[in-house]
Structures are given as C-alpha cells and as structure tokens.
Ligand binder design. Structure first.
Ligand SMILES: Nc1ncnc2c1ncn2[C@@H]1O[C@H](COP(=O)(O)OP(=O)(O)OP(=O)(O)O)[C@@H](O)[C@H]1O
Length: 326
C-alpha cells in the first residue's frame, strides 16, 4: 500500500543566536489511509515542527527545511510553489489545533465558517454549501445542527467548538488530517468523545491521521501505530499494542512509567528528571543519554533506528537486545 504521507529524512532548522540548529533531525514517518499514527513526546520534542514542516507553515524567516522529502500524492511537498501548497492546505491536508478559539473566527457563524471552504475549494453554491455545513455538523455529532449552524463560536462549549473545527477541517474531504493536541484542553469525558469521533471519521472516510500528543493515555485510545519523538528524533516506532506491551527505548519506558493508570497508585508514578534539551544544546551522541538510566560509554556515538522485530524499531543499541534482532 502506498502511504498517504511519506516523510523521509526530514530536517528542519531554526536560526538562533549562534547559527542554525535542527529542531527536527532526519526523521522518517509514514501513514496509510485508514490509519492513525500518533506522534508522542514531551514538550520541545519537535512534534509540532514536524506537522508545520509538512504543511510548510514555518515562520518565513529564521526557519528552513534543510534536508529530506515530504511525500504526498506522489509529490514532494518541499518542492512545491507557495501557490501549489496553498491549494493543498485545507483541501487535501487539513490541520486541527488544541485551542479552537484561535482558529475559529468569533465574528462569523459556525455554519458560514464551514461553508467558506466549500465555496472556495469545492465550488459549491451558497445553498449547497449551507446544506453541506448542516450535514457536516451532524456528522461530527453536534446536536440540533439545523439550529446550531447559525450560532457563533462563543455560543458553543469547548467540546462542541472542537467538533466545529473538525467539521471545518473535514469539509473539503482531506486525505490527511494533522491533529496537534486537539483534545488536550478538554475534560476527560469530552476528550474520549472527540477521540472516538475522530476514530469513526477515519474509518468512514478512509482518512490518514497524524495525531500529535504528549499523552500516552490518548495514544492508547486512538493510535494504530506510534512514533515516539525525543529532541527532534524518532527514538522508537511500533504498533500501539507492541509499544505498550514491549517498549524498548529507555525514553519510551520512562514515558510509560510517568503515565497515570487506573491499575497503579499515584505514588508509583515516576516523573522523568530533567527536560528536553534546547535545539542549540543537543548532545552529539544519543540525545537521551544525559537523562538515561542505562547510559554506557557506547552512547557517546549517535545511534541509528534499528529493527527490533516486526515493524518495531528503536534507536538504542544498549536495549535493542530486548527485541528479536539480538
Ligand atoms: N520559531 C522557532 N524558533 C526557534 N526555535 C523554535 C521555533 N519553533 C520551535 N522551536 C524549537 O523547536 C523545538 C521543537 O518544538 P516543537 O514545538 O515542535 O515541540 P513539541 O514537541 O511540539 O512541543 P509542544 O508540545 O510544547 O508543542 C523546541 O526546542 C522549540 O523551542
């Protein structure tokens, strides 16, 4: 199967005081139709920069994609003109964010905001677009859509706003949805409803989803496959079940130990000491070595992602022998 999104060797750099530094370094990511790939990692790992690089929404100055390809629909998005890219954004690839109020226009009704994309990208008439906006609100399970299309965003609750944003994102039938922490600001019940909605939409529409989160609990609810990011690199990738059952990389193991679970007492949670290094202070060898419990002299060399069985890969020679490869 040809992946919907196929990122190869992507490196994105920012200019900070003393020169260019990589926020994302040589990452490979792919996601198929009807699949959700979760990208998980602490703040500063490079998750958002990966999504913004995919859509070429990086700041115009002081930021560059210096290497790699972003394959989508047989084309490399890094090579497209700005005009071609703007046709792809919101049309073939849509993105949703944590805080819907920053993307929703407070002065326009929800229905008009959904209809806007339909008028521009799908060439619908006003009447057709208004009808489709109601249908989309219904599809994202907003109750009483015929009435709610006329509401303004402030008249919606947080969960309903997120659903409205999903309706806007889905209006042009994107093949790929980039979701950057879309449920983080919601309480757990509403969060679970939105996750289940996204899962149903993925299946009904055969969409590919890249779901960015720092929360492994959310990963467990939504992901088919997982890529764990740390300091700009993918350090482990596996199916969701394998990652939870048999984590190999010490960072994945530490994230799992720091995750609250119903079958564990709160005192047994182990926060990871320290923090992700800034882009100008990344170690030359293994980027996780300064925080790792298993560090050895060989960690001074930069490790590659190696297969540890099936489609499971990890960037840690010290612990790779946990898998089949050894
Ligand atoms: N415009 C910028 N200029 C300089 N550095 C940047 C810029 N944008 C992001 N960075 C740096 O790139 C690194 C990765 O940031 P990114 O936002 O992708 O992390 P993240 O994993 O998405 O974290 P969060 O969950 O907090 O959004 C961070 O060290 C961040 O400070």
């Amino acid at each position: 199967m040809t992946p919907v999104l196929d990122i190869k060797g992507l490196t994105t750099e920012f200019r900070v005081k003393n020169g260019w530094h990589a926020a994302v370094r040589g990452i490979d990511l792919s996601v198929n139709a009807n699949e959700t790939l979760a990208v998980v990692g602490e703040s500063g790992s490079g998750k958002s920069v990966t999504a913004l690089s995919t859509l070429r929404l990086l700041p115009q100055t002081g930021a560059r994609i210096s290497r790699g390809e972003v394959g989508f629909g047989g084309r490399d998005l890094t090579k497209l003109s700005e005009r071609e890219m703007s046709r792809i954004r919101g049309n073939d690839i849509a993105m949703i964010f944590q805080e819907p109020m920053t993307s929703l226009n407070p002065t326009m009704t929800v229905g008009d905001q959904i209809a806007e994309g339909l008028l521009i990208h799908r060439g619908m008439s006003r009447t057709e677009a208004a009808k489709e906006a109601r249908r989309l609100l219904d599809e994202v399970r907003v109750p009483d859509p015929a009435r709610r299309v006329n509401d303004y965003p402030h008249q919606f609750s947080g969960g309903m706003r997120q659903r409205a944003m999903i309706a806007i994102a889905l209006a042009c039938r994107p093949k790929l949805l980039l979701a950057d922490e879309p449920t983080t600001a919601l309480d757990v019940t509403v969060q679970a409803q939105v996750l289940s909605l996204l899962d149903d939409l993925k299946r009904d529409r055969g969409m590919a989803i890249v779901f960015i989160t720092h929360n492994l609990g959310v990963v467990a609810q939504i992901a088919d496959r997982v890529a764990v990011m740390y300091a700009g690199e993918i350090v482990e990738t596996a199916t969701c079940d394998t990652l939870f059952a048999d984590p190999v990389h010490p960072y994945t193991e530490a994230l799992l130990k720091a995750m609250p679970r119903v079958d564990r007492k709160a005192e047994s949670l182990e926060p990871i000491p320290g923090s992700v290094p800034s882009i100008s202070a990344r170690p030359a060898g293994c980027v996780y070595a300064p925080r790792c419990n298993y560090v050895q002299p060989s960690c001074a060399a930069h490790p590659s992602l190696v297969p540890v069985g099936g489609n499971h890969e990890a960037r840690c020679p010290v612990r790779a022998d946990k898998g089949e490869a050894a």
